[in-house]
Design a binder for this molecule. Structure first.
Ligand code: FAD
Length: 480
């Protein structure tokens, strides 16, 4: 009989925490407790991947009537009803949260609807006043969006707020160039919002392959997104600041978004001055400028857990912190911030600690997608990163796909393979095309297995498809 209340106590009921808790309890028989301070399912289910992808689907219908007409359909342009969509979205998120709660209770996990803090290496304190001891503690508290440190930044929304908007803004300024900024630029544009995007860097989607990000930036502009790179906000305020008229300022907090949500399309427009000198008004501003790990006020450093850059928990290859009984997984460790990675880290933790099979987390060759329009699927090294590492051959093709070319659309797709000259292995694969996320999942298996360019060449094409180009690129377009 253990001296502790639990074998494992998990802080955070998101992707990583829920998986680790239910596998440890359901499959290894460990006694597990879990605290979640907000909604079960965490970022992915409640304010990330899932609602975002449903919004991607909603926005993609925008281009379909025109395309359908080109194919002979007698069909008119429709009107998007945000309120109807948001209602259905909320119902779906409620359903999914229920599924997550059931998964935990069905595996025998004790759930606590409370905020948790570390008291010491084996103890957590809950906001309910309860104190629980555990042989092992797993921190899976995720991350949150942060606003830039500038006056009036609270007038802008962050990604969490988007799903709660009472109405769609007429116009929006999106600040940022990462995947979340670009995805929401495309989503909101598709839903009929006039979208302007400022990014201070030279090109959006930093870290991805240059040609792929260039094609996406061009496509976004061509579709009507007013994208400005090398541009940032200098200052922002409400256009009709009552103080300018000697009146008391209206509270910034907009009640319609509920407690935590501070901004959205508001009565007064927001006036923004940019680094290029432009002064423009927008109905709303979205800051997609970064995320921070949830490590503040959790008693971590007091208990001996060390934090690295930006407040992320420092862990070793087995997700163990400097305190041997305390582990951390997912976004709170800021390694690769993706749902399937948090889940893998949770599984590796259970394998290591509860099955006695030390399992490091494999962060090599992770396929991922960016749900812009057009979509990107990517795995491995960009051409630029690979060329710094070794001599490479680059195989690349860009063309107008049959489906949209027939409808006289100028959309282009890109298929690109980066190949090691020495080993012939495919080091990177980058696809910009409708459905690229689906394609890269499967290409990822071959590449993870160590496929060479000749393995790709040996594979017979599926015709007529876009992805057949992946196995028919005969000659490198350049070497580096
Ligand atoms: P989370 O899912 O964030 O869960 C952490 C949980 O801990 C939260 O529920 C939080 O309320 C709780 N918590 C925090 N502190 C405490 C405390 N002290 N006590 C109790 N509970 C606490 N990833 C993809 O793979 N694909 C995508 O398409 C994708 N799209 C995204 C889109 C957006 C807009 C965002 C924001 C993220 C997206 N992500 C995507 C990233 C993905 O959501 C995260 O990587 C993933 O959710 C991380 O899981 P986690 O378990 O580490 O943390």
């Amino acid at each position: 009989m253990s001296d502790f209340d639990y074998d494992l106590f998990v802080i955070g009921g998101g992707s990583g925490g829920v998986r680790a808790a239910r596998v440890a309890a359901g499959e290894t028989g460990a006694k597990v407790g879990l605290a979640e301070m907000d909604r079960y399912g965490g970022t992915c289910v409640i304010r990330g991947c899932v609602p975002k992808k449903l919004m991607v689907f909603a926005s993609e219908y925008a281009g379909m009537p025109a395309e359908a007409r080109a194919y002979g359909w007698d069909i008119g342009d429709g009107v998007f009803d945000w309120a109807a969509f948001r209602g259905k979205l909320n119902t779906e998120l409620d359903r999914l949260e229920g599924v997550y709660r059931k998964l935990l209770s069905g595996s025998g996990v004790d759930s606590f609807d409370a905020r948790a803090r570390l008291k010491d290496a084996h103890t957590v304190e809950l906001s309910t006043g309860e104190v629980k001891t555990a042989k092992h503690i797993l921190i899976a508290s995720g991350g949150r969006p942060v606003r830039p440190d500038m006056p009036n930044a609270e007038l802008g929304m962050v990604s969490d707020d988007l799903f709660h908007m009472e109405r769609l803004p007429k116009s929006i300024l999106i600040v940022g160039g990462g995947y979340i900024a670009c995805e929401f630029a495309c989503i909101l544009h598709g839903l009929g919002v006039e979208v302007t995007q400022y990014y201070r860097g030279a090109q959006i989607l930093r870290g991805f392959d240059d040609e792929a990000r260039g094609l996406i930036a061009d496509a976004m502009k061509e579709r009507g997104i007013d994208l400005h790179t090398g541009t940032n906000i200098v200052e922002m305020h409400r256009s009709h600041d009552p103080r300018e008229e000697g009146l008391e300022a209206a509270p910034v907090e907009d009640k319609q978004y509920g407690g935590d949500h501070h901004a959205g399309p508001s009565d007064g427009a927001i006036r923004v001055k940019a680094t290029n000198g432009n002064i423009r008004e927008f109905d709303a501003v979205l800051f997609a400028t970064g995320r921070a790990p949830n490590t503040a006020d959790m008693g971590l450093e007091e208990a001996g857990v060390t934090l690295g850059r930006g407040g992320a928990i420092e862990v070793d290859d087995y997700s163990q912190t400097k305190v041997p009984s305390v582990y951390a997984i997912g976004d709170v460790t800021n390694r690769v911030n993706l749902t399937p990675v948090a889940i893998r880290e949770g599984m590796a933790f259970v394998e290591t600690v509860f099955r006695g099979n030390p399992t490091p987390v494999d962060h090599a060759l992770i396929p991922s997608a960016v749900f812009t329009q057009p979509e990107m699927g990517t795995i491995g090294l960009s051409e630029e990163a690979a060329a710094e590492q070794e001599e490479i051959e680059v195989y690349c093709t860009s063309f107008r796909p049959m489906q949209t070319a027939f409808a006289d659309k100028s959309d282009r797709v890109l298929m690109k393979l980066i190949v090691s000259k020495a080993s012939r292995r495919v080091l990177g694969c980058h696809i910009v095309a409708p459905g690229a996320g689906e394609m890269i999942q499967l290409a990822g298996i071959a590449i993870k297995m160590g496929a060479t360019k000749e393995d790709f060449d040996r594979t017979v094409a599926v015709h007529p498809t876009m992805s057949e180009e992946m196995v028919t690129m005969r000659n490198p377009i350049r070497t580096a």
